[in-house]
Every structure is written in C-alpha cells, then in structure tokens.
Design a binder for this molecule. Structure first.
Ligand SMILES: *Cc1c(COP(=O)(O)O)cnc(C)c1O
Length: 398
C-alpha cells in the first residue's frame, strides 16, 4: 500500500522518478551504414564538392519528386539562399509565423526586408490563412510557411493568397521531410522549400540543409549564392578564370555530411513509421486526460512527426506550465518548449516593436510542452513518457 501511494507522487514532490536516466526529446539515429559511408569518404580524395554531394542531391531530388535539390551547410543557410533567390530586399515585407525557430525570421532580416508575423491557427499551430490575409500590404513580397512540428500548413488557401498577389512562397520544411498535404509531398508545394539536417531533425548529418525547387531560375541563383557567387559559365577562355556575379556565401555542405545524408534518407520511411506509431500511442493515452488538449491533425494531411506536443488546459491544473515542465524534467523526461514566439525575443522587440494581434501564438506558447519522440525511442521509453505525464498531470489536477 505504501509503495503504491509513493508511486503516484511526482519526483519533484519527493516521490520516485519514472526514469533513472534522462530521455531526450530528440536524438539522432546513426548506425553502421552511416559509419561505413563516412569512412568511404575519408578514404577517398573528395572532402567537399565531390561525388557524395552529387549523390545526396540526386537521391533527395528523386525521393521528393522535384527538379532541383541543393545541399547547403544548414537549414539556416537554406533559408538564406531562398530569401536571396526570391529577391527580397529593403522596403519589402515577408509574412511568416511567430511560432517557429528564429532562423525562419532571421532569413528575412538578412535581406534587409521586414518580417511580418501573422497569427497561427490554434488547432494546427501553423499559419492561419485568414491571419496572413489580414497582414497583407502593398509591400508584401512573400510568405514563409512553417510545417510546424511536422504538421503541414493549410497550403491550398495560402497558395491561393500568394498567386492572387504574385507572392513568393517558401516552405520551411525543416520539421517535415516525408509529410504530405492532400497527397502531395511537403517541399514541393511552394516556390522553394528548405530542409535542415541538424542532429535533432528527422534526417541528421551533424550540420546540413537543403533547398528544393522546381524553378530553374531560383535554382541557378541559389547555386551561385551557395558558392561565393562564382560563375564558370560560359566556360572561360583560361581554366583559372572565373567570374563573381554576386557577393555570395560559402554555404557548401561537405561530402562527409552528404554521405551520411544518403543513408539517413534511405532510412527515413522506417523512421517516420516508427515515430507515427509512437505518436499514435501517445494520442491514445493522453486522450483520457482532461487537463490536456492535443493539436488537431486534419485528415487531408500526413504528419512528419518531428515534434510531439501537448497543450495544457491550465484552468484544470492547480500549477503553472513551468511547474508541470519542471515536474516532468524531475521524472527524467527531456521535455522542451517549441518555441518562444520569435517576436518576443529582445532583438525583434528592439527592431520591430510588439506586433500585437497574435493572440493564438501567445496563448499556445503559454500551454505548450514537447515530449520525447525520435526514431530510436523504445517501447519502454514511450511507456515511461505516458506514465510520467499521467502521473504528473493527475497529481496536479485542480
Ligand atoms: C532547425 C530549424 C531551422 C534551422 O536549421 P539549422 O540546420 O539548425 O540551421 C530553421 N527552421 C526551423 C523551423 C527549424 O526547426
């Protein structure tokens, strides 16, 4: 009886933690295949701009079903290439979501353009098309859509707004390789799409990113920008010659990263299936908790399951989100919060002030918690997550 009673007490209140070791919210999953591929690169003569880069780009392009894929040094570099190719500049406004990693908005700022934050749909946590419409001005040049956590944004409505005004649409698909919207792959819906291969993302190469586009002109501009703006076409008279046609960056990705990427991409379907399976287990378990709300996943979308998030119903709890968060950490769950809305960061406040009109982003941020979800999660890990969340939320039920 005594042990039974203790088992219901959160570790932060003096009970036993559900887990002895921390379970991260995300972890890369690298195996023999990745090691072998990386070793082959080290034995060869190309460390960068070699055959592994070409192979990765070719495979990614075929897998996604698009015309051009350019590997770059990070998801941030991918976004920077895309905002460059789109031609955003001073005086332009680009609409995006505040509920994202700051790199999405920074890529607008790099071009001297102004990020304009539109509110999210509180059900999907993605940009709300009606909110985009309310932010349109004569200066609006583009939209950067984020498929948040892997949930595809409502693309038909967004593309309709964009095409009526000739706006460039960039998909920030860093959370969503393998996701789909009305049967079409995420990353093929806008004018350009950006992916990240950071260790927490579904494809992990250490650092890395990629831009996909069907547009030849955008692809050409981004290829230049990735490599110092160096142009070698038409073939120069002398083999040492080249011309610099824009002040580009060095955003190249190495062969080592790309060789790992080839293997990670091959394993993506299996990874996605596993993550979807765990997400379904979580959904089923948490549906019984009346102190939790789950984001809605519309039937016409296929989730990419980068993040699994719960929304607390704070009115049904007697403590704050911070206390629930700390209690879950004390159970050794590596919970996280994605994200502090971009407009709340000090630099954004200083430069752009408080935009206002973002009640859903603000409200959702106060209630969000990200739970562990990744390819290598075991059945026992998932059972621990469910156990710890139930224990903590039931204890603090109002
Ligand atoms: C991770 C991420 C990025 C940036 O990718 P890096 O590879 O870390 O530079 C951009 N946007 C979103 C939504 C991300 O999650």
């Amino acid at each position: 009886m005594k042990i039974q009673a203790c088992a219901n007490i959160p570790a932060i209140e003096g009970g036993y933690p559900v887990r002895q070791e921390l379970l991260d919210y995300s972890r890369p999953h690298l195996g023999e295949g990745e090691m072998k591929a990386a070793l082959e690169v080290l034995k060869g003569k190309w460390l960068t701009m070699g055959p592994a880069v070409h192979a990765f780009e070719e495979r990614f392009k075929r897998w996604l079903g698009t015309n051009h894929a350019l590997a770059v040094s990070s998801g941030t570099a991918a976004l920077s290439c895309a905002t460059f190719a789109a031609g955003f500049g001073p005086g332009d406004e680009v609409i995006t979501t505040p509920m994202t990693f700051v790199a999405t908005a920074n890529a607008i700022v790099y071009r001297g353009a102004k990020p304009v934050f539109a509110d999210i749909d509180p059900r999907t946590l993605c940009l709300d098309p009606a909110a985009i419409e309310s932010r349109l001005t004569s200066k609006t040049r583009g939209i950067i859509v984020v498929h948040f956590g892997g949930q595809p944004a409502e693309m038909d409505a967004i593309l309709e707004i964009a095409s009526a005004r000739n706006l460039t649409v960039i998909e920030d698909a860093c959370h969503a390789p393998g996701a789909a919207y009305r049967g079409r792959a995420v990353g093929t819906l806008g004018d350009m799409a950006c992916f990240s291969f950071h260790p927490v993302k579904p494809i992990a190469t250490g650092e890395g990113g990629l831009i996909a586009t069907a547009n030849e002109e955008f692809a050409r501009k981004m290829a230049l920008f990735r490599n110092h703006g160096i142009m070698r076409e038409p073939a120069p008279a002398n083999s040492w010659e080249y011309d610099v046609v824009t002040a580009g960056e060095n955003y190249r990705l190495s062969d080592l990263h790309c060789a790992i990427g080839v293997v990670q991409l091959e394993r993506l379907p299996e990874s996605l299936e596993r993550r979807a399976q765990i997400a379904a287990l979580y959904d089923e378990a948490f549906r019984e908790l009346d102190s939790v709300e789950l984001p809605c996943r519309p039937a016409h979308t296929k989730h990419g399951w980068h993040l699994y998030q719960i929304l607390l119903r704070l009115e049904r709890l007697r403590v704050t989100r911070k206390q629930i968060f700390d209690a879950l950490r004390a159970e050794n769950l590596g919970v996280n919060v994605h994200y502090i809305p971009v407009h709340r960061h000090s630099w954004y406040r200083k430069e752009f002030g408080s935009p206002g009109g973002l009640p859903h982003a603000e409200g959702v941020y106060e209630r969000l918690i990200t739970l562990p979800l990744f390819f290598g999660i075991t059945d026992q890990d998932a059972a621990d997550v469910i156990h710890a969340v139930k224990k903590v939320l039931q204890y603090y039920r109002a």
